[in-house]
Design a protein around this ligand. Structure first.
Ligand SMILES: Cc1cc2nc3c(=O)[nH]c(=O)nc-3n(C[C@H](O)[C@H](O)[C@H](O)COP(=O)(O)O)c2cc1C
Length: 138
């Protein structure tokens, strides 16, 4: 098992339906590649977790990094993981702009914190803590 977590900035204002459409195409591809994960979106920034076999995850991350729909990609975590955080989920999605984390009790640390580099680059494990909130098996 291998995991990559990155943060990036959307190149333009995204209508959430555009992200959903993009994911509808992505999910069958991820499923075929044995890749699972989670995409979070907030105020123009993405945080994505990709997990699966190292070769497949690396290749997909490269493809995604060249996608003009986002830029300023910063890889926060890249390495082996004991198990999947998102088993059975070819790519989950949460729009945190509409769904404040206050709904998720016990995680005051993240309330209103923007998905910005400064929040995570000093302590990348925070990105995993945030992603774990959405894991069916944290
Ligand atoms: C933020 C973001 C996340 C993405 N996540 C995925 C993903 O998990 N899986 C995927 O196949 N494509 C994803 N894409 C789309 C890829 O960059 C690329 O467009 C797609 O894989 C092309 O697939 P195709 O040429 O086989 O249709 C993502 C794009 C963006 C901007």
């Amino acid at each position: 098992m291998f995991r990559i977590v990155y943060i990036s900035s959307a190149s333009k204002y995204f209508d959430i339906s555009e992200i959903e459409t993009m994911l509808e195409r992505a999910r069958p591809k991820n499923h075929a590649l044995g890749i699972t994960g989670m995409l979070l979106y907030k105020d123009g920034n993405f945080l994505q977790c990709l997990e699966g076999e190292e070769a497949a995850v690396t290749k997909l991350a490269n493809t995604i990094s060249q996608d003009p729909r986002h830029s300023e990609i910063l890889v926060l975590m890249r390495g082996p993981a004991e198990r999947r955080l998102f088993p059975g989920m070819p790519m989950g999605f949460h729009d945190l702009t509409k769904e404040p984390l206050i709904k998720h009790s016990g995680f005051a640390e993240f309330i209103d914190s923007p998905l910005i580099r400064a929040t995570f680059s000093l302590d990348p494990s925070r990105s995993l803590n945030l992603l774990s909130l959405f894991s069916p098996q944290p």
